[in-house]
Design a protein around this ligand. Structure first.
Ligand code: OSB
Ligand code: MG
Length: 370
């Protein structure tokens, strides 16, 4: 495939509801979309970098700059742009996995669209629909939380993840467990919000019979995750810490986690995600597909990933309506009995809604390959 150029498009989309985590609150997103144009057609990628560098070091303005100045020129120099070749060309640049992942997604989408092969099939998916969880932000008080969780349970979500932070943990989590009973699949996510001295507090969450606790401590502190994993009944899952397949292998080897959250943007792409999936399978560690409040474009990739064999826990692959009114794609993801269908069309298998796209576009930058 010969690239003609890449369009970097910024879209501003309000979330349907405020989303609060231990690192901050999101009300609307400023999203960077990558559209590559090649001799065989086009391909779309979504960069999951957030407005501010609070989840990880990346943020959307920085992602756009590193793409324009450092990543795209390297990809444009390739005589034949494949996803593998693009990754190899970008590898010389340190860090910036979300920016790299967006390019890889767009190149893969173009390649697979031209070949008529779905991303799910390419990655080795074994399911045609995936069970869906929902991530529920920090609420003003426990009553509001119970109402919020009830709304999602009524919609059919099969698993609920509660965001926690110091001052919003044991009480609201036990309130949800008490109210919804033992059958509800429940887990929590702290987004690095705790410190080693908080271990005793987190051990109290064992009473809530959680599926897992996600990333309680800072991303570079594997030791405290090991300590909690040893002392707690609740399985420890890592998100922010897992930045590559080799880090995943190490985290598992030292006992820092027994479950892994995979996000393609966090690890630099879908192919690295597949490697993490595979090494976790070999180690007997279940994985699930995380989310970063994506539009339907990035969501399509997440749903394909969630269809892999070792994605045995429900992911944060919620329906379009959980985030957007409306989404950016012509056929939004809708829950059917708690499941989302895995797209079967070529590449990502979704079509961008041109009218909606125009409505939310804040800027477009064309980067020619020549
Ligand atoms: O830690 O999983 C996370 C959203 C933004 C950044 C980090 C996270 C999240 C979520 C929401 O939990 C997942 C989703 O529904 O997309
Ligand atoms: Mg998380």
């Amino acid at each position: 495939m010969k690239l003609e150029g890449v369009e970097l498009r910024r879209v501003r989309m309000p979330l349907v509801g405020r989303f609060e985590t231990s690192f901050g609150a999101e009300l609307d997103r400023d999203i960077l979309l990558v559209r590559i144009v090649s001799d065989t057609g086009e391909g779309w990628g979504e960069c999951v970098a957030m407005n501010d560098p609070l989840y990880s070091a990346e943020y959307v303005d920085g992602a756009q700059q590193v793409l324009e100045r450092h990543l795209l020129p390297r990809v444009f120099a390739l005589p034949d742009a494949t996803a593998e070749a693009a990754n190899a060309a970008m590898a010389q640049v340190k860090g910036h996995p979300m920016a790299k992942g967006a390019v890889e997604m767009a190149v893969l989408d173009a390649e697979l669209r031209a070949a008529g092969v779905s991303l799910a099939e390419h990655l080795g998916a074994v399911r045609d629909r995936v069970p869906c969880g929902v991530s529920v932000g920090i609420q003003p008080d426990p009553d509001t939380l119970l109402r919020e969780v009830a709304r999602y349970v009524e919609q059919g979500y099969v698993r609920v993840k509660l965001k926690i932070a110091p001052g919003w943990d044991v009480e609201p989590v036990l309130a949800v467990r008490d109210h919804f009973g033992a059958e509800l699949l429940l887990q929590v996510d702290a987004n690095c919000g705790y410190r080693p001295e908080d271990v005793p507090r987190l051990l109290e969450l064992d009473d809530a019979d959680l599926l897992l606790i996600e990333q309680p401590f800072p991303e570079d502190d594997l030791d405290t995750h090991v300590e909690l994993a040893r002392r707690s009944r609740t399985p420890v899952c890592l998100d922010e810490s897992i930045t590559s397949a080799s880090v995943a292998r190490h985290a598992i080897a030292v006992g820092a986690c027994s479950v892994v959250n995979i996000k393609s943007g966090r690890v630099g792409g879908l192919l690295e995600s597949r490697r993490i999936h595979d090494l976790c399978a070999e180690a007997g560690v279940p994985v699930w597909c995380g989310g970063m409040l994506e539009t339907g474009i990035g969501r399509a990739a997440n749903v394909a990933l969630a269809a892999l064999p070792n994605c045995t826990l429900p992911g944060d692959t919620s329906a379009s309506s959980r985030y957007w009114d409306p989404d950016l794609i012509t056929e939004p993801f809708e829950l059917q009995d708690g499941m989302l269908p895995v797209p079967t069309g070529g590449g990502l298998g979704v079509e961008v809604d041109a009218e909606r796209l125009a409505e939310v576009t804040a800027s477009v930058t064309w980067c020619p390959a020549g």
